[in-house]
Design a protein around this ligand. Structure first.
Ligand code: FAD
Length: 289
């Protein structure tokens, strides 16, 4: 099933996982997926590490197992900036053979250590190429506070519209900690004529290292309320974890109440946290009133 069709029925609830690091066994991810399956997610997406064939093989294998062994719809992420059209064609063939129906089409972050290939400059180039060369549901990323390379939010929304026009049928946001950014973004997207479902990406932050990494990588605003909470509990891993979970639940309750299309939980491969959050919001997700 293509993920865009899921939104016709309910508030979508989905997860993101990432392939285990080189030092961990691949089996650790399957124990995570096993525990996530208990929560009956609408789909699980698998990230793509921007660094060579070993990474894409892991994404392919995990997305394939989620779909074929665990019976959960899966989404394989794919970043294009360092790939040629030939590389992508080969991967589309492999996705197709594995029964994977959905691809999150991304440009990927620019790494000064590598030279980009010339075939794909933006994610929208990859989106058009996928649509021309297969029958996949194509998802795209979006940024409620604007992508950090964009000169303005308006520019970013114009570029997002091009990506949707190229064939994206479902958007997932980068994480954010102030829902006001999401609501403003949703309104701007609607004004620009972007009318595909927009799932809110929520990351439960449960340790200080995660916050530092996020500020560097994603350049999102950390609201005063969030920072105060994190500073207060930084010396207690348990209190920090519980505060992070409570903050994410608070965001999700507000988003569902305001009619969000779906919640995509960045699980960080931690099923315990996903369980705690799911338990708190299950009846809201299921509510059809
Ligand atoms: P694009 O949509 O191409 O946008 C990149 C920049 O170019 C933006 O500033 C945009 O405004 C601008 N732009 C776009 N089109 C045009 C145009 N036609 N003309 C001028 N400017 C243009 N990274 C990974 O490495 N692996 C992952 O698995 C992964 N998963 C992600 C999942 C989600 C939901 C999100 C939101 C991000 C994910 N990322 C991942 C990070 C992503 O690769 C980076 O944020 C990257 O910097 C941008 O990718 P994009 O696909 O959004 O790029």
């Amino acid at each position: 099933m293509k993920t865009a069709d899921l939104f016709k029925k309910k508030t979508v609830f989905s997860f993101e996982v990432f392939p285990p690091k080189k030092t961990s066994s691949i089996d650790t991810i399957y124990s995570t997926v096993e525990q996530l399956k208990e929560l009956k997610p609408d789909f699980i997406s698998v990230t793509y590490g921007a660094g060579g064939s070993e990474n894409n093989k892991k994404t392919l294998d995990i997305a394939s197992n989620i779909k074929n062994h665990y019976g959960i719809e899966s989404v394989a992420h794919l970043t294009c900036i360092y790939l040629t059209k030939q590389d992508v064609l080969k991967m589309l063939g492999e996705f197709n053979a594995a029964g994977i129906k959905n691809i999150m089409a991304l440009r990927g972050d620019i790494n000064p250590d590598y030279t980009p290939k010339d075939d794909f400059k933006y994610a929208s180039d990859l989106v058009s190429f996928i649509k021309e060369n297969g029958d996949f549901g194509v998802l795209g990323g979006c940024y409620p506070e604007g992508h950090f390379e964009s000169a303005s939010i308006v520019d970013d929304i114009h570029n997002l519209k091009k990506k949707v026009d190229a064939g994206v049928s479902h958007l997932v946001t980068q994480l954010f900690f102030d829902n006001a950014h999401f609501y403003r973004f949703r309104e701007r997207a609607a004004i620009a004529g972007i009318n595909v479902p927009i799932e809110a990406g929520i990351m439960p932050v449960t340790n200080k290292k995660q916050i530092e990494r996020m500020v560097t990588l994603c350049k999102v605003e950390l609201p005063h309320k969030f920072l105060t909470m994190m500073n207060r509990y930084e010396n207690s891993p348990e209190a920090m974890r519980d505060a992070g979970i409570a903050y994410a639940i608070d965001q999700i309750v507000d988003l569902i109440t305001q009619g969000v299309d779906g919640i995509h939980l960045y699980t960080m491969n931690n099923p315990y946290i996903a369980h705690r959050i799911h338990e708190a919001v299950r009846s809201l997700i299921e509510y059809k009133g």
